[in-house]
Design a protein around this ligand. Sequence first.
Ligand code: WQD
Length: 342
Amino acid sequence: MKILVTGGAGYIGSHTCVELLLNNFEVVVVDDLSNSSEESLNRVREITGKKIDFYPVNLLDRAKLNGIFQDHDIDAVIHFAGFKAVGESVDMPLAYYTNNLTGTLTLLDVMRNHKTRHFVFSSSATVYGDPASLPITENFPLSVTNPYGRTKLMIEEILQDLYVSDDSWNIALLRYFNPVGAHESGKIGEDPRGIPNNLVPYIAQVAVGRRPFLNVFGDDYDTVDGTGVRDFIHVSDLARGHIKALEKLFSGPGVVIYNLGTGTGTSVLELVKGFEAACGKEIPFCVVPRRAGDIAACYADAALAEKELGWKAVKSVADMCRDTWRWQQNNPHGYDDTANLP
Ligand code: WQD
């Protein structure tokens, strides 16, 4: 089976490529490298000892995308490629709608022309907005408050309309909670460009000395210690969930929707303490006002994925912190450390 992975050089994409290759899928990666490094794919090859066909192509380039489908008999697509920074999407909505929506529409049209109709979409718990209760199940109301989240919800709706028009499609909408951690080898991990938006890569950069301290965005929420609570899931658990979703699609289910989370909430300060235990250093922090758009708490009911996919997250927050720290220690400046070496 040959799988096309869009955004496969990225954080979740590269970890999913590892699991695909270890499960004897053939992998073709399309990635425009706008927010990733080709070095990640070299590392994936090192980890697995397997080959990857890589094309540095943007999904808006229909001609090149069509050529890839002509050169490869693609059985399914896992679609990660897309811009994903909430704050940036508020400042640049047209860039987000063009890249995320038009890119996806181009991909789906090329797939249809080549009769490839198995599709796994990288969606996000952000489509649930601020939930009225917890944990969150897949039938909770959907609401979004920023252009990034709106692109995720709109693509989910586009995919459901596509299926209504042609039920030969099999589509999995995977709603990620908070992916963190790194492959146990320490060879691949999260490598955000510029100042990290997300908590764990920021903490890791404090631990490795790239940042002086962490800003904790508010400690006045109605939570265990006043700081935000999230469902942090190890990226390798998340990657394994994609293999299970692919296997489900080949059984012909139509459109299926799953939360990929652990079902457990962890606060910002609990995570800071976990990271201090993993790295053996104090993580200095300063409590500042809440970040606009943040919600107090969010964690999954992951029972449906366990029941229908036979998948469950198994790695702990301690595993996530330990594996993140190993990656950051081995690569203090991410992939740039070696990519620029002679
Ligand atoms: C987690 C908690 C912050 C940074 C976002 C996107 C979501 C998905 C995952 C793409 C919150 C606090 C954070 C910092 C902090 N991305 N925090 N200081 O906001 O839950 O989700 O990333 O799919 O769509 O919305 O993740 O890691 O940014 O924040 O105190 O420097 O950490 O307030 O409580 P979030 P996050």
